[in-house]
Design a protein around this ligand. Structure first.
Ligand code: ACO
Length: 358
């Protein structure tokens, strides 16, 4: 007769699904707790571009209540206050209403930034009044907010384009990229690029790797990076495998790079210690990689989603790296907890920016 599976598990000391889930959530909660506590030590102003959205309002309430951030809801005040009341949220949110006629200086600024990209002053005025992604981007660019979150009600590219145009990349960066932090039972990996660059060349891959390594450090994780491909250190030589290999060479020649990085390598080489220490013991990595850089957007986006859904990882992201100010573009369907987590990441990022200026 079939043995009772619970008893069999006990006998073999196999953790139950709930135990595994708890262990994994424990790790990711611990990672996020570090970030959220740091955010609380010096909360920053976060512009929520989709301020009328119910999830954004719930998130704003939590951010304010827990002292993680000072949220600014962008949208129609009557609608926002009515929704907050219907949700039973007792708070007095900071709201910026793009239609209340006080924002000519935002339209002027948008025009100044984009006039040589074909944008007229009257079009800039329309964008400020009607597209809260432009409004929030200018708000951040003009330092009226420290960070921006959007994306819940838009397709990813259309939410991303206004901040790319207005906020732009950091002084030492040319490319933004989207990173997911995935936490497993005893392991954390940062996957890039999962959302932005369709077909990064070796220079872009190298830059993405540096941004992602920096992000890992902000979570107190010492980065160790693998440039992923379908070959191991030249075992296949063609245009596809030369690209990640070239990126590793750029990083090895870069005096600023102070973390181990190697490749190209297959994904199992990157994460299985025995393979790295056996066949490829010459590799620069001391142990399994925790920064996984994918060769293109198909691989990155598909890869992280498989890890999340089949590998049972807890995913935090997409965290946009390489920007001049903290901006994060959520995915449609993301939950309140995702908004709160990304706001926490944005606040910590903004703290580092302002400390850098001191
Ligand atoms: N990093 C930084 N800035 C960039 C990047 C980049 N990778 N790509 C474009 N930009 C800048 C451009 O320089 C330009 O600025 P400028 O007007 O001041 O010169 C601005 O962004 C807009 O660029 P365009 O070329 O006009 O816009 P494009 O149509 O190329 O859009 C975008 C850029 C949105 C990033 C595009 O490459 C894209 O759609 N990427 C894929 C997004 C996607 O579909 N992701 C997968 C799904 S998302 C998910 O699963 C969450």
């Amino acid at each position: 007769a079939a043995m009772d599976s619970g008893a069999a598990r006990k006998e073999l000391d196999i953790p139950t699904y709930t135990e595994r889930l708890e262990a994994r959530l424990g790790k990711s909660r611990e990672m996020m707790r570090v970030v959220l506590n740091k955010a609380k030590s010096n909360p920053k102003r976060v512009a929520l571009a989709e301020g009328s959205d119910e999830k954004m309002i719930r998130a704003a309430y939590q951010l304010e209540e827990q002292g993680i951030a000072e949220p600014i809801l962008i949208g129609n005040p009557n609608r926002i206050l009515r929704t907050a009341e219907e949700l039973g949220l007792d708070f007095d949110p900071t709201i910026a209403n793009p239609r209340d006629g006080e924002w000519d200086h935002y339209a002027d600024r948008l025009h100044e930034l984009r006039q040589r990209k074909g944008l007229t002053r009257s079009e800039a005025g329309e964008l400020i009044r009607r597209d809260t992604n432009y409004f929030a981007s200018v708000m951040v660019e003009m330092d009226d907010a420290d960070a921006m979150l959007t994306g819940l009600t838009h397709h990813y590219p259309s939410a991303l384009r206004p901040p790319l145009q207005v906020v732009g990349t950091a002084d030492d960066a040319n490319y933004a990229a989207g990173v997911y932090m995935l936490t497993f039972k005893n392991r954390v990996v940062f996957c890039a690029d999962t959302t932005v660059n369709l077909d990064p060349d070796e220079e872009v891959l190298a830059e993405i790797t540096k941004h992602t390594a920096n992000l890992a450090r902000s979570f107190n994780v010492e980065p160790s990076a693998a440039m992923l491909s379908y070959s191991n250190f030249g075992s296949v030589d063609n245009e596809g495998t030369r690209k990640p290999r070239g990126a590793v060479k750029l990083l090895h020649d870069d005096p600023e790079v102070d973390f181990p990085v190697d490749g190209e390598m297959q994904a199992d080489t990157a994460v299985v210690e025995d393979i790295l220490e056996g066949t490829y013991d010459f590799a620069d990595l001391d142990g399994p990689a925790n920064v996984l850089v994918f060769p293109n957007l198909e691989a990155g986006n598909i890869g992280y989603k498989l890890l999340q859904r089949l590998g049972g990882a807890e995913a935090i992201g997409p965290m946009l790296v390489g920007m001049n100010k903290p901006v994060h573009v959520l995915q449609r369907g993301d939950e309140v907890k995702d908004i709160v987590n990304l706001a926490g990441v944005a606040v910590v990022d903004a703290q580092d920016d302002s400390e850098g200026e001191l």
